[in-house]
Design a protein around this ligand. Structure first.
Ligand code: MD3
Ligand code: FE
Length: 205
């Protein structure tokens, strides 16, 4: 375990290989029910290179007209999102130090050329809750800075099975995925990378 910055906690190989394989099997069922979609940037409609889906009572979506938001239904099928896998909820209970369960589990799929530009996660009301991230498949270069876009950045490699917990003073830092490192994992037969992020969206009553 390492604290990369105040509130930014890195847990390398939190999930072992067998647990990673079980998670991927569960995700195959989730994607059958809630297919990956391509989000679009607000206003411009520019497509993301990352494809996404969600599980949980709320899912993160974005399109040209509606912008970034959480909603209870898949944007293409109109169905409720599948449930969050129990093994992932257990990780939240064990690590998050938050009294309530997460409502959203965003599933990001990175093909070998996908990236995610530097951004802040601020679409949640519960900014007191951490975000818990799980990496699966190919390794990636994760870049993170401070709470201002101009702040100096650092980068680390995230590997399959790693968990990052982002809370406290780091909850609003700028971060992104610079690139995926193809051929660095055998977990996904067709390569690429999956990232799961667990989030509390609403303020608990
Ligand atoms: C730092 N995902 O979905 S995970 C995202 O690997 C996102 O797919 C990246 O950024 C990915 O929004 C990075 C690590 C992470 C997740 C959430 C954060 C870092 C964070 C929220 C605040 C600060
Ligand atoms: Fe993010």
């Amino acid at each position: 375990m390492a604290e990369l910055a105040p509130g930014l906690i890195y847990l390398p190989t939190y999930f072992d290989r067998a647990q990673q394989q079980q998670l991927v099997e569960t995700l195959r069922d989730i994607v059958k029910e809630a297919p990956l979609f391509t989000p679009q940037m607000p206003k411009t409609g520019k497509p993301f290179s990352v494809r996404m889906t969600n599980c949980g009572s709320l899912g993160w979506v974005s399109d040209r007209l509606g912008g970034y938001r959480y909603q209870a239904h898949h944007p293409l099928t109109g169905l409720a999102w599948p449930a969050i896998p129990e093994r992932i909820l257990t990780a939240w209970r064990d690590l998050a130090g938050y009294p309530n369960l997460p409502e959203a589990c965003l599933v990001n799929y990175y093909a070998p050329n996908a990236r995610m530009g530097l951004h802040q996660d601020r679409d949640e009301l519960a900014l007191d809750a951490p975000v818990l991230s799980v990496s699966l498949g190919d390794s990636a270069l994760f870049r993170y800075g401070g709470t201002q876009r101009k702040d100096r950045t650092k980068s680390i490699r995230l590997h399959s099975g790693d968990v990052v917990l982002i809370g406290g003073a780091s909850r609003l830092i700028f971060h992104g995925i610079e690139r995926v490192l193809p051929g660095t994992s055998t977990l996904l037969a067709d390569g690429g990378r999956i990232n799961l992020t667990l989030r509390r969206v609403t303020l608990p009553n």
